[in-house]
Design a protein around this ligand. Structure first.
Ligand code: SF4
Ligand code: SF4
Length: 393
């Protein structure tokens, strides 16, 4: 009989640092405590979700109290704690400093004795058994650390349904290199395989999820904060993702990465095959999370078709798929245009005041990077009129 992966669950009602630390200790106890993962003298990298420069209240990034609490345990275990993530934007020191300050990571480092990492140079990690990638470029400091601890935020995501442990590790691909991965793996299924490969290549030993306040709806950037009241922890990113999906009332196989992993035989994707330790799942479950508008877990896989069929299917599928469009809040900064992996965004009227980003729906591969990155939260995900009339998506 296969071994059931253990995922531990601990109730956590708010972001008071002492309360978070107590919940964290409770979550780690069934896994052997932090000492089961960290030994004195080791260099331990903590990888939160620092998607963009957003206040912790926006629930777009891992809360600094969770990062500080984990770092305090690591430091108390006699190890060095480093906080590292490559946000979606440029990798300049000025931008990273702004991200660290806005997301509360500067405070988290000061409160715990951790060090913030601004060196995001990459190293190449070979993958003998990747689903789609044979090597990946990941931030060297994370790969060369003695221990990597993944600290995702529980949120919805337009490409994968939910972003939890597996998806968060894509942040180890440095800055604009992410754009290249989106460009090379344009179909959602291919991208999900790439995410699973990156997760495997990272070698993360422990995954601790900030599910105190998550995000539902149009995540990962512009959704609605939603109280969940929990911290999850586990060895396996896939098992943690299955438990997190069940916690927010979704079928774990609605998460694209989990479904692809189940098809590849990496997991069953069933909550029954995960051993939940600590607090009960049922005691923390609320109404199901709303997934992003237009998200369909089965994606849109390419099929062999005639030229006419391809044109008709392409037009038809574009009517059903949610399309990004810059709304009134667009400031014309041009960030989305610089980072679109397929150059589907042009700037009308140049840059700055009076300018507006325009997304080409025919060229767009629906990676939703522009939606994630926009500092003004101006990118709206809209259903085309035909899709709305059909009412299926
Ligand atoms: S949509 Fe957002 S990122 Fe793009 S130009 Fe407008 S404000 Fe900048
Ligand atoms: S327009 Fe936005 S969603 Fe479409 S490919 Fe470009 S960045 Fe991705």
């Amino acid at each position: 009989m296969p071994v059931r992966e253990r995922v531990s669950l601990a109730r956590c009602a708010g972001y008071d640092l002492e309360e978070v630390e107590a919940s964290l200790r409770a979550a780690l106890a069934p896994l052997g405590g932090i000492e089961a993962f960290v030994r004195p003298g080791q260099r331990v990298v903590l990888k939160p979700n620092l998607l963009r420069p957003a206040s912790p209240d926006a629930a777009a990034t891992t809360h600094p109290a969770v990062v500080a609490a984990v770092a305090r345990l690591v430091v108390a275990a006699g190890a060095e704690a480093l906080i590292l993530d490559s946000s979606g934007g440029p990798n300049s020191t000025a931008y990273l400093t702004m991200v660290h300050r806005t997301t509360g990571m500067t405070w988290a480092a000061e409160a715990s004795g951790a060090r913030l990492v601004a060196d995001l140079h990459a190293t190449q990690v070979p993958l003998a058994k990747g689903l789609i990638l044979h090597r990946v470029d990941l931030v060297r400091e994370a790969i060369e650390a003695d221990v990597l601890i993944n600290l995702p935020k529980l949120k919805t995501h337009g490409l994968t349904g939910l972003t939890v442990a597996v998806k968060n590790l894509f942040g180890l691909v440095p800055g604009v290199a992410k754009v290249g991965y989106h460009g090379r793996m344009q179909e959602p299924e291919a991208f999900a395989k790439g995410l699973l490969d990156v997760s495997l290549a990272s070698g993360a030993a422990l995954h601790i999820v900030d599910a105190v306040v998550g995000m539902e709806g149009n995540g990962p950037s512009a959704g609605t904060p939603r109280e969940v009241g929990a911290i999850l922890a586990g060895h396996s990113a896939l098992a943690v993702d299955v438990a997190a999906a069940a916690l927010v009332g979704r079928d774990p196989l609605d998460v694209r990465t989990t479904r692809i992993a189940a098809e590849a035989g990496l997991c069953s994707g069933r909550i029954e095959d995960v051993e939940i330790a600590g607090d009960s799942l049922e005691g923390l479950q609320g109404a199901p999370f709303r997934l992003p508008e237009g998200y369909a877990p089965e994606g849109h896989a390419p099929q062999r078709q005639s030229l006419f069929g391809r044109i008709a299917t392409g037009w038809f599928s574009r009517q059903l798929l949610v399309t990004p469009q810059a709304g009134e809040r667009c400031t014309g900064c041009g960030l989305c245009a610089r980072h679109c992996p397929v150059d589907a965004i042009t700037m009308e009227n140049g840059r700055g005041v009076g300018a507006r980003a325009r997304m080409d729906a025919a060229r767009c591969i629906r990676c939703y990077c522009c939606h994630e990155l926009c500092p003004a939260l101006a990118v709206e995900l809209r259903k085309p009129v035909v899709g709305r009339l059909l009412g299926r998506f």
